[in-house]
Ligand binder design. Sequence first.
Ligand SMILES: Cc1cc2nc3c(=O)[nH]c(=O)nc-3n(C[C@H](O)[C@H](O)[C@H](O)COP(=O)(O)OP(=O)(O)OC[C@H]3O[C@@H](n4cnc5c(N)ncnc54)[C@H](O)[C@@H]3O)c2cc1C
Ligand SMILES: Cc1cc2nc3c(=O)[nH]c(=O)nc-3n(C[C@H](O)[C@H](O)[C@H](O)COP(=O)(O)O)c2cc1C
Length: 763
Amino acid sequence: MRIACLGGGPAGLYFAISMKLRDPAHRVDLFERNRADDTFGWGVVFSDQTVENLMANDPVSGALIHDEFAHWDDIEVHIHGETIRSSGHGFIGIGRKRLLRILQDRARDLGVNLHFEHEAGARLEDWAGYDLVIAADGANSRIRTAYAEHFGVDAQVRRNKFFWFGTEKVFEAFTFAFEETEAGWVWAHAYRFDEGLSTFIVETSPETWAKLGLDRMDQPQAIALCERIFARYLDGRPLLSNAAHLPGPQAWLTFRRIVCSTWHYRNLILLGDAAHTAHFSIGSGTKLALEDAIKLAEVLNRPGLGREQALAEYQAERNLEVLKLQNSARNSTEWFETLERYLHFEPIQFAYSLLTRSQRVSHENLRVRDRPWLEGVERWFQSKALGTPVNDPAPPMFAPYRLRGMRLANRIVVSPMAMYSAQDGTPNDFHLVHYGTRAQGGAGLVYTEMTCVSAEGRISPGCTGMYAPEHGAAWRRIVDFVHSQSGARICLQLGHSGPKGSTRLGWEGNDVPLEAGNWPVMAASDVAWSAANQAPREMTRADMDAVVAQFVAALGMGEEAGFDMVELHAAHGYLLSSFISPLTNRRTDEYGGSLDNRLRFPLEVFAAMRAAWPADKPMSVRISATDWMGEAGVTPDEAVRIGEAFAEAAADLIDVSAGQTWAEARPVYGRMFQTPFADKIRNEGRVATMAVGNIYEPDHANSILAAGRADLVALARPHLVDPMWTLRAAAAQGYRGVRVPPQYLNGMEQLARNLAREAELKA
Ligand SMILES: Cc1cc2nc3c(=O)[nH]c(=O)nc-3n(C[C@H](O)[C@H](O)[C@H](O)COP(=O)(O)OP(=O)(O)OC[C@H]3O[C@@H](n4cnc5c(N)ncnc54)[C@H](O)[C@@H]3O)c2cc1C
Ligand SMILES: Cc1cc2nc3c(=O)[nH]c(=O)nc-3n(C[C@H](O)[C@H](O)[C@H](O)COP(=O)(O)O)c2cc1C
């Protein structure tokens, strides 16, 4: 095959090598616009896995690269005058210049034709004599841009500014240094990559950048300023720039995240940064470029595979890996972009949050990396929760939590789940067993399903209610059981279905109207949930007064039934949610329009409830933190304001759910997918939050809590199949402090022993 490789970065060079290794008969011409030893950047980092892949593909260059590596284990985080050091992180670094020199030599030895100082043409016509044209010309690929419509390019410019410096200061640990200036925070990512050199990337927000005058400074001035800011880390060594040819402000870069839906068009193939980019803070761009190169060479040389098939396989296989890394990279990028959120954390929690920012590293990963450090975090977390120093580490999920006069034994919550099993609103034996078992299962707090404040406020005929005397008595029986037979507290979730009412039992069709016997529904505006659902009546002031009275009456019955806590359901498109979302609230009076107006009625309901609920008992509010409809619906920024507004009205906790407010919305699901909203509301709004949504492992819960992303963690579906989720989690973690019903102690001990033995065998 005759192959033109455009770009002589890691991707282009390694692909050329990998092709020649597989078949020396290939003719590979590589065109690089720079000279052989011109290169931007300093060192790059890899993981051990990447090195193994390189060794397997080409032991010759692999060994040379391996010998050049600087290896280090520790990460140091400098924040607020403290240094937090943890170990076991296992990085390797190599100078980009050195890496490229090794790859150039190897390519030359294998017979690749290297053409330096050759600007590659950006049209396929320029490459008419070649069977394949490989676009390995980096993140700003000209040829990708020329054919952008065929690649489905999605390019996003991120906000922070960074400058990739080098320095002769040798950092023994991977160093993150955060410094506050009069204009805001500036930080550095620094790591050694050879005997006498380190990479030193300085990053800051665009606002701080401009306030510091970096938008006007020439390079020597900018360098002098950065040297002053980071003087205590540099030991008098200068910062070195290899972008000296650029005017000062242009030497500061902004990261461009590139995603392409298709990686090939005719005989043109994207490789490395030309196809996808990953933020430098997770250090994976070079790894992805090299692994793309291996895969592409492999499929192109696989006997019996046609070109189209080969390219489809190349993209399918690489895309999965790339998407995973781009996801982690996005989390990491966002962490640095929203750094201000976490500056109120104590240094140890700040460091934990930084280490787990990409969500690729979890609590248990940190335990494997550095057990003593992680146990220090666990002791710190427990001590804070207890208000007194403790010596024994315990998983964060087992730290107690206090909301007003209510003390929870741990941070795990059974999330509200409609059971559609009541008769005329009255809970029965099913509910007694259902809630009772889950309370015995060890969770600190058990929520009831949405319990409706009136018959017409029910979602379905099977919903529980709190509007008739028999309801109160039936709930009392359940509450008494929970209190007498478990250590759990129980929270009554009160709601009104509004426009999503008068529908079938969950398993007979969610949000589908009843076959017969529908009752009229009402909402903020006459917007139907779907074409199949009835249009609700727009609520009048008299309707609002009636609803406020119903919530207060239900609350009074809840108090009599002995509930420890009450939650107001203002999420998921039900009555109060229909006021908050601009998609369903079309009102032109003081209850529609601005967010303040849309919140007016839900806050009125909340205030009336708060006034009637005992001062020493807590209240929470469940909200949908996004409508998943972009700017047309509730946005996460608005959700912070919503959380703050309820907190100002004396809510103790915001239960952060999302969506279910608009039938056409397309939520982005995934592991812990709603937790970023709980994090944002908690740390921007400074309001206690509960995270919920596809959290299913103890490791998830511990990571969320220790990183300060939420105060409580709710699990719904996992509790449907495993009421004893918390007891099982305690056994799996070897934690003995959980309260086990004495009748079940034997089972618990056996489970703990078996799991410990299995863990030992695995280790
Ligand atoms: C600040 C910073 C820090 C980073 N840190 C790391 C890290 O620690 N670890 C890591 O793995 N990755 C890191 N990266 C990412 C890494 O540099 C890239 O992902 C990697 O270089 C991608 O390789 P590539 O060959 O696809 O592209 P590039 O390395 O960008 O190579 C593209 C080549 O094409 C050439 N070229 C472009 N256009 C033309 C043209 N028209 N004609 C001829 N030649 C052309 C360019 O001169 C360049 O040599 C970092 C990036 C930045 C910006
Ligand atoms: C069967 C079922 C019923 C639910 N009913 C309610 C409810 O009554 N009130 C509520 O706020 N959320 C309800 N939810 C949403 C859950 O509380 C939770 O937010 C959601 O299931 C995501 O958490 P998970 O991934 O742990 O299941 C329900 C979920 C399920 C699966």
